[in-house]
Design a protein around this ligand. Structure first.
Ligand SMILES: [Zn+2]
Length: 129
């Protein structure tokens, strides 16, 4: 649980660390997670660590990536959503998706999401009546 002035301070600082993370969108993410079980201390630390991690693209990663939280808080966090394409992997840091990105066969913004590479759809053509 954090206060409005704590959220404002954190949003401004994170924007300095990651200019792409706008203050209004940070405020939205923090508002959405206002009931988070972690203390402001834990949140500030998790947020800074997330902002420094190039694998974290959006501020939502602060809350979905459990690596940034102390062991004691981790137990009370909701389970992160699973990767839509790889069974048993978490969506936010799926190693299989990252391998696809490095191989150039998956766009980076589709990590953890279902992705079907563009292919000829000719073989799906409706049979003639
Ligand atoms: Zn995946």
């Amino acid at each position: 649980m954090i206060t409005h002035s704590q959220a404002t301070a954190l949003a401004n600082m994170l924007h300095e660390l990651r200019p792409k993370w706008s203050i209004p969108s940070m405020m939205k993410v923090l508002e959405r997670n206002a009931q988070h079980p972690g203390t402001f201390r834990d949140l500030a630390l998790a947020a800074v660590n997330a902002a420094r991690d190039p694998k974290v693209d959006t501020p939502g990663g602060i809350f979905t990536d459990h690596r940034f939280w102390p062991e004691t808080v981790r137990a009370s966090l909701p389970k992160p959503p699973p990767c839509e394409d790889h069974i048993g992997k978490d969506a936010h840091n799926c190693a299989s998706c990252w391998a696809d990105v490095k191989a150039g066969i998956r766009p980076r913004d589709l990590i953890g999401r279902h992705y079907e590479p563009e292919s000829e759809e000719d073989h799906d053509a409706p049979a003639s009546p």
